[in-house]
Design a protein around this ligand. Structure first.
Ligand code: PLP
Length: 360
């Protein structure tokens, strides 16, 4: 009998493990495991959703024109070269489907986001992991890993779960050094947390081989709505649109994202809060002997003395109803990734770590 088998590469995909959102024995928890905005979306986004639910029987926009216009206005980008997806995950997926296949290589960094490998394998391509340099993207290592089969290079800037980033000069050097057939994908999921950072927009205008991905799941507080977008050269965005489902975003999601991106004050308030409490949390953990690199995102990668200690702390925090992220799957068995919450959340998690370490 002929066997039913999936496409090559698919059985190499490990199921994505999201941040836990419950703890046995705790009715309410403090969730600091998924890099969500503790304040959620701006009120205008909630109101937009309330309005949108009146028309749930209608199909949503297929060209996302209103959302693309809003994104274009706010970030000074050409709306015709924006493609919206169900989270930036979907844009990552489109890029792999459109530009990588069997025999092609997709580069991602050592501690890069899990979806790069998953989407590369889903497209039948070969993921290639490149070492970082002390938990920072290493441009030279990426350039030396490139071959004539390299089609995509994914770099999250700032990166998850390290929180570190490389500067514009390094990114330009990377874009310039890639082989002609390769696209540099700058994943800007956390870009809005970095004041003055354009997420690669200027580089995209100056080169034909750079694309950025962005999301509404982080600073805009809309992870539950699943909205992301990509921006790049017209020729590439045109290809992505060809495989995009005509109704890949729901009407409430589109409405929420449009209202959220137009609320520039919300972004500034959330970014200011985040920077203050992230740095406070990192400093307080450091004082307890728990080191971290300077994070540019909305989380801190807290490094403990050993994997055993990190696991022990995670269990202790769970016992207190606090959920953070274990990151052994990202190559950090000795670390826990802690999302920056509101002030009381930051104080509570630091206090719990202090008690775990016997400092209080
Ligand atoms: C670096 C990075 N890229 C992309 C994503 C995907 O975000 P979404 O699909 O919610 O837009 C995440 C989510 O955690 C991330 O950390």
């Amino acid at each position: 009998m002929t066997e039913i088998v999936p496409q090559p590469g698919l059985m190499e995909i490990d199921l994505y493990v999201g941040g836990a959102s419950s703890v046995a024995g705790h009715e309410t928890i403090l969730k600091l495991s998924s890099n969500e905005n503790p304040f959620g979306p701006p009120p205008a986004a909630r109101q937009a959703v309330e309005r949108a639910v009146r028309d749930l029987h209608r199909y949503p926009s297929t060209d996302h024109a209103a959302l693309r216009a809003a994104i274009g206005d706010v970030w000074g980008l050409d709306p015709d070269r924006i493609v919206c997806g169900a989270g930036s995950d979907e844009i990552i997926h489109f890029l792999c489907q459109c530009y990588a296949g069997p025999g092609d290589e997709v580069i991602h960094t050592e501690h890069g986001f899990a979806m790069y490998r998953i989407s590369a394998l889903a497209a039948g391509a070969t993921p290639v992991e490149v070492p970082e340099d002390g938990r920072v993207t290493d441009v030279d290592a990426i350039l030396s890993a490139c071959t004539d089969r390299t089609r995509l290079v994914f770099v999250a800037n700032p990166n998850n779960p390290t929180g570190t980033m490389i500067d514009a000069v390094e990114i330009a050097r990377l874009a310039d050094g890639l082989p002609g057939q390769a696209i540099l994908v700058l994943d800007g999921a956390y870009a809005e947390y970095v004041e003055g950072y354009d997420a690669g927009a200027a580089l995209i205008e100056a080169r034909g081989n750079v694309v950025m991905t962005r999301t509404f799941s982080k600073i805009y507080g809309l992870g539950g709505m699943r909205v992301g977008w990509g921006y790049g050269p017209r020729a590439i965005m045109d290809v992505l649109n060809r495989i995009r489902g005509p109704f890949n975003l729901s009407a409430p999601a589109l409405a929420a994202a449009e209202a959220a991106v137009r609320d520039r004050d919300w972004l500034i308030r959330c970014r200011t809060h985040n920077a203050k409490w992230r740095d406070w949390m990192a400093g307080a953990l450091d004082a307890l002997g728990v080191a971290s690199d300077a994070s540019r995102a909305n989380f801190v990668l807290a490094r403990f003395g050993s994997a055993q200690e990190a696991e022990g702390c995670d269990d202790f925090l769970k016992g207190e109803g606090i959920v953070v992220r274990r990151v052994a799957g990202y190559g950090f068995p000795e670390a826990l990734r802690i999302t920056v919450g509101d002030e009381s959340a930051c104080r509570r998690v630091v206090d719990a770590v202090a008690r775990f370490r016997g400092a209080r």
